[in-house]
Design a protein around this ligand. Structure first.
Ligand SMILES: Cc1cc2nc3c(=O)[nH]c(=O)nc-3n(C[C@H](O)[C@H](O)[C@H](O)COP(=O)(O)OP(=O)(O)OC[C@H]3O[C@@H](n4cnc5c(N)ncnc54)[C@H](O)[C@@H]3O)c2cc1C
Length: 377
């Protein structure tokens, strides 16, 4: 039975670990629980609309990832875990100017083409005026002039999904420990993972350390070009509205609104490339997020401010994740670089990595995501 040690217990590491134990592997996850863990901060939008037209190589991964989600939710339910925060709620792409409104038609056609190409999660599409958009998301104000609605969009609560994965993993015999881990190499192979407290021997080691993966790699003399991008968002509550099945609202910039039950609204998010590992909320960041949220939905001004969250998105230099074994150390794998789409794609990336580790044929061609595309990895 193969023995695997996974460094990092965010959504990617936990999804991989769960996929492996379901297939009979012995697995240990070692997680440092860093402040700034992306999974704990992530908003949770699983969008219908193609974010990735600029990176065509991601499209097969995205399509397969969305098909996989209901399968994962069913696996978790079999293991007694039904609290994941996953729900199909639809999404609105909103236009706040004439120029943006003109983009909705082409966007709709692009979505229709994608749907015909197998992106079934897009669902039904309809173009709406401002009033039509407000029927779906009543807080939207006059700034929203038009919208494209897609019925198949979903959302997930990253924290709940992660907890469900961890519980199901442990119930199937997986071991989960807290600590700061490093890879132990001997004779050009990974032989395990070391923390201050113990050594975990392993046949295969996986680095799923999110934005911290580059630092782990550097210790080994490998150059993994993953850096942190800070994201700040705020959680609000409006007690008079049941927000549990409201669609997500996405504008043409980087802002969005998203409902969770019973009365919670998440407003996001900043994208800060120069903030390093400082996972703190800032006055400017929160002001910007709240300002845009209230521009889209003025009624949010009377919402209760529940909390701010901040996380570090693991961004790879070419915009694609790293999934697979390194060329330099064949039994050392990486699973990272999911930037702002890791809640959407991370679970499937974990399943793909499990297939690679167990020497099975992966569900899609993973060569575009091989760490070896960066020569020194
Ligand atoms: C504000 C914000 C909004 C987002 N919104 C969305 C969204 O709407 N939709 C979407 O799909 N995605 C979204 N994302 C992106 C998504 O959250 C991430 O891509 C995803 O969570 C990354 O998961 P991960 O497991 O790779 O990393 P993480 O969740 O960061 O987990 C990495 C873990 O590795 C641990 N670790 C690192 N180094 C070590 C070490 N040496 N030893 C032990 N443990 C270690 C860390 O402590 C951490 O717990 C958002 C992210 C942010 C920040």
């Amino acid at each position: 039975m193969v023995e695997v040690a996974v460094i990092g217990g965010g959504l990617v590491g936990a999804s991989l670990a769960y996929a492996l134990v379901r297939q009979g592997a012995r697995v240990a996850v070692i997680d440092r629980l860093d402040v700034g863990q992306a999974t704990a901060a992530g908003a949770g939008i699983l969008p219908p609309l193609d974010h990735f037209s600029g990176v065509p190589a991601l499209l097969p991964l995205l399509r397969a990832a969305r098909r996989y989600y209901p399968e994962l939710i069913a696996h978790l339910a079999e293991d007694g875990e039904t609290e994941t925060g996953y729900a199909v709620v639809g999404a609105l792409q909103v236009a706040t100017s004439e120029a943006e409104a003109e983009q909705l038609g082409p966007l709709r056609r692009e979505c229709e083409e994608r749907r015909a190409a197998g992106f079934l999660h897009i669902g039904e599409l309809s173009e709406l005026d401002g009033r039509g958009a407000r029927r779906f998301f009543p807080l939207l104000g006059e700034a929203v002039r038009a919208a494209l609605y897609a019925s198949g969009a979903a959302r997930v609560d990253g924290r709940r999904l992660l907890s469900a994965l961890r519980r199901a993993f442990e119930r199937r015999g997986g071991r989960w420990a807290q600590g700061s881990a490093e890879v132990v190499l001997e004779g050009g192979r990974a032989v395990g993972v070391r923390t201050d407290a113990s050594v975990w021997p392993a046949d295969v080691v996986v680095v799923a350390g999110g934005a911290w993966s580059g630092a782990l790699a550097r210790h080994l003399g490998l150059n993994v070009p993953v850096r942190p991008q800070r994201g700040q968002l705020v959680h609000l509550e409006l007690a008079e509205h049941d927000t549990s099945s409201w669609p997500s609202v996405v504008d043409f910039g980087t802002h969005y609104l998203l409902g969770f039950g019973p009365h919670r609204i998440v407003a996001g998010a900043t994208r800060e490339d120069a903030a390093g590992y400082g996972a703190v909320s800032t006055a400017g960041g929160v002001a910007g997020v709240l300002g845009q949220a209230m521009w889209l939905a003025p009624a949010l001004a009377r919402a209760q401010l529940l909390e701010t969250r901040v996380g570090l998105r693991p961004v790879c230099s070419d915009g694609m994740p790293l999934l697979g074994a390194t060329a330099q150390v064949p039994n050392l794998f990486f699973g990272t670089g999911h930037a702002g789409y890791g809640l959407e794609v991370g679970p499937y990336s974990g399943a793909l990595l499990a297939e690679l580790i167990l020497a099975r044929t992966p569900g899609i061609d993973v060569t575009p995501f091989a760490p070896a595309r960066f020569g020194s990895v």
